[in-house]
Design a protein around this ligand. Structure first.
Ligand code: HEM
Length: 176
């Protein structure tokens, strides 16, 4: 029977648990942490610095995404193997739903990595440099902080919308 081998159970567990943590983390960051930090301004600096630089939250979320995507593609190819080819797998309603979710989530991984993860690390580095200098930020630093903030908001929202579409496809594919 499909999916009875232990490898399926281990891959599904890795895939769904890391997927749930990935979507949950993105929701918390984009929905609450990001807007709150933007609202309180420089006083959010020390909290973000500890979360991003010491506790590596952006790297942890990247690893959750990578685990979800990697385990997902292995499951996808196991399904391809067990269902007798691409036409039978993606041609099935379950396979189509899963594949649409897979493409959306894989694209989201790169949006999240470059658009959110890298930018939040740059913003924290800049914030730490401004705090270390002690005085008010220069005009260039202020402009850079503004640009990073706008990019984080834009890519964060795109990331969250794509993730919600991906998890909707994944969780309903069985009933398509
Ligand atoms: C946000 C990211 C993702 C989440 C939350 C997620 C969640 C899920 C869930 C809940 C299921 C179980 C569906 C069911 O059995 O009815 C599932 C199955 C599956 N997912 Fe994902 N998924 C994500 C991304 C991906 C990606 C990027 C791939 C890459 C190909 C993928 C491939 C699969 C496959 C092949 C299955 C079917 C496994 C099986 O036949 O037992 N998923 N996913």
């Amino acid at each position: 029977m499909l999916g009875a081998e232990p490898i399926w159970i281990v891959l599904r567990l890795l895939h769904i648990v890391s997927g749930a943590l990935w979507v949950g983390s993105a929701f918390l960051f984009v929905g609450f942490i990001g807007p709150s930090a933007a609202e309180v301004g420089p006083s959010a600096g020390p909290l973000l610095s500890v979360a991003v630089k010491k506790r590596k939250v952006a790297k942890v979320i990247t690893w959750l995404g990578m685990t979800t995507v990697a385990a997902g593609w292995v499951l996808w190819f196991l399904n391809l193997r067990d269902r007798g080819g691409l036409g039978d797998w993606v041609g099935s309603s379950f396979g189509l739903g899963i594949t649409i979710g897979a493409v959306l989530a894989t694209a989201t991984f790169f949006v999240g990595y470059y658009g959110v993860g890298k930018n939040i690390e740059r913003m924290v580095d800049l914030g730490d440099a401004i705090a270390a200098a002690g005085g008010p930020p220069s005009a260039e630093q202020q402009a850079e902080m503004g640009r990073l903030g706008a990019d984080l908001e834009r890519f964060g929202k795109l990331d969250l919308v794509l993730l919600l579409l991906a998890i909707t496809a994944m969780s309903t594919a069985r009933y398509w």
